[in-house]
Design a protein around this ligand. Structure first.
Ligand code: BES
Ligand code: MN
Ligand code: ZN
Length: 514
């Protein structure tokens, strides 16, 4: 991590340093000290209570009150006001950043507020920033972890492919003013490990397909396994996959000059009471194959991101290698390859046989992700796990349905769907459950084979999920997450800078931990 994040058991009135950012709720409901809030509200601006009122009056010469009044600051989520402090005081610059309504606060409000403060500090050349956050009726560690995530993730700049440093970070140290500094220190550490996994996923997605190939993903997986004694890595080459009958995966891989890799990482620690599998789509490039992606709408130039599911899978694995949770077994599986064109390419109409014996007529070579996942899901199911979650940039149809922020979720088990939703809430990542409408499968019936790999355009994300469903035993709880929208942002948004977002890493980690 480029920045140094520390916890200090200091009160905000005593803090001295270049710049201070103060997070405030929009409402005057002080969850920790309701009585004090009422008393102070009568005296001063309702956004500034207790220590903050004291700070404004006795340290900052009413700078905060003036900023609030001048700019009609209301503490709305993500909004901010900032200014210089006159006189000879120890603090030179201040910012107020909104957390929104206290009664509706989620960790996501802290992540976003922290990102606003971090960006301000960096843009105004601050080296040392103090960050104050108000008492709240949740664990201070939860708050601190979310704040730390917002800081780490918003300050991550990916300059691997720039010949010159565009703009190096100025921020060196950020101090979280804390009540329980040891709990906050621990939360900072957890956030650092978590964000390193998110950043790994971001950088895998942002790197072009001539840099991140199936071999790179396999090497990344091997590195993760080598970093932690609780991990083992198994990488299967083309021949080993062939021996397992993975005709669907290998059909997609056959046109590429880069060999396919089947990655299987196992994490095991203590006496596992849960055995889980995470399966990620790992197309390091999706040209569409002979059903080539043509025209501007096809986004062929963005198809380096078609391994976003694999990136989330490996990012989560790396986080677990760091956090080393007890009594859980997790399998991380990625069947990675490229979907290319050549004289060896699979043709529209070709019939492939998956490793569970199902024969598939490939009526569209651009519906390749589901072919690779078919064999990966069969492999995962054979491990006898309690639940399987797959993540895939599977369909443009899912992006049309839910937009770029929200992933689709399909599940054959309500309990698992709920677990994912809960994990996602904590992470501030959005998933919307979609129906597994079995009757739509009719579109994928084939004259010559057991099924075809695509249906009509209508309901394309649902038929994608229904295709996958054939490769998981109906008794195995399974969820399919279509992450085609959220793995990438063209423009900076909240705590994500433009590029890969590392979407789903934190949801997966929460799911495994709880
Ligand atoms: N990788 C794409 C899905 C995709 C599209 C991801 C846009 C991100 C942005 C996938 O392999 C694909 O090509 N899907 C087809 C399926 C169709 C042929 C049934 C699609 O969505 O058009
Ligand atoms: Mn495709
Ligand atoms: Zn694809």
């Amino acid at each position: 991590m480029p920045i140094n994040l520390i916890a200090a058991p200091e009160s905000v009135t005593q803090w001295t340093g270049e710049a201070l950012a103060i997070a405030v709720f929009a409402t005057n409901a002080d969850q920790a000290n309701p009585e004090q809030a009422t008393a102070n509200d009568a005296k001063t601006n309702h956004l500034l209570r207790g220590d903050l009122a004291d700070l404004d009056e006795n340290v900052l010469g009413h700078t905060l009150t003036e900023l609030i009044a001048e700019q009609d600051f209301k503490g709305e989520i993500g909004s901010s006001v900032s200014g210089r402090v006159g006189g000879n005081g120890a603090i030179r610059k201040v910012m107020l950043v909104g957390l929104g309504d206290a009664s509706k606060a989620t960790p996501e409000a802290w992540r976003k507020a922290a990102a606003v403060a971090a960006k301000w500090a960096n843009q105004t050349k601050v080296k040392n920033l103090g960050l104050y956050f108000p008492p709240f009726n949740t664990d201070e560690a939860v708050t601190a972890q979310a704040i730390s995530e917002g800081l780490y993730l918003s300050l991550h700049q990916d300059q691997r492919f720039k010949s010159k440093d565009a703009k190096p970070l100025t921020v060196e140290t950020i101090t979280l003013l804390s009540h329980d500094a040891s709990a906050v220190s621990h939360a900072i550490e957890t956030a650092a490990k978590t964000c390193a996994g998110v950043i790994l996923a971001r950088e895998l997605v942002s790197a072009p397909a001539n840099v991140v190939t199936p071999l790179t993903l396999a090497a990344t997986a091997q590195n993760i396994a080598d970093s932690c004694p609780n991990f083992t890595a198994k990488i299967l080459d083309r021949d080993a996959c062939e021996a397992l009958g993975m005709g669907a995966f290998l059909g997609v891989a056959q046109a590429s000059d880069i060999p396919p890799q089947f990655i299987h990482l196992t994490y095991r620690h203590g006496n596992p009471s849960r055995k889980l599998a995470i399966v990620g789509k790992g197309l390091t490039f999706d040209s569409g194959g002979l059903n080539l992606k043509t025209g501007v709408g096809s986004s062929i130039e963005l198809m380096k991101t078609d391994m976003g599911g694999a990136a989330a899978t490996l990012g989560a694995a790396q986080v677990l290698a760091q956090l080393q949770p007890n009594d859980v077994e997790v399998h991380f599986i990625v069947a990675t390859c490229e979907n290319m064109v050549s004289g060896r390419a699979m043709r529209p109409g070709d019939i492939l046989t998956a490793s569970n014996g199902i024969t598939i007529e490939v009526n569209n070579t651009d519906a390749e992700g589901r072919l690779t996942l078919a064999d990966a899901l069969v492999y995962a199911d054979k491990l006898g796990v309690d639940a399987i979650v797959d993540l895939a940039t599977l369909t443009g149809a899912c992006v049309v349905a839910l937009g770029e922020k929200i992933a689709g979720m399909w599940a054959n088990d309500d309990n698992l769907a709920q677990q994912i939703s809960r994990a996602a809430d904590g992470a501030g990542e959005q998933f919307w459950r979609m129906p597994l409408e079995d009757s739509y499968f009719d579109q994928m019936k084939s004259v010559v084979a057991d099924c075809r790999n695509t249906g009509s355009r209508a309901g394309g994300a649902i038929t994608g999920a229904l295709f996958l469903k054939q490769f998981v035993d109906s008794k195995t709880p399974w969820a399919h997450l279509d992450v085609a929208g959220p793995v990438w942002v063209d423009k900076e948004s909240g705590y994500h800078n433009a590029g890969g977002t590392g979407f789903a890493v934190r949801t997966l980690v929460n799911w495994v931990l709880h």
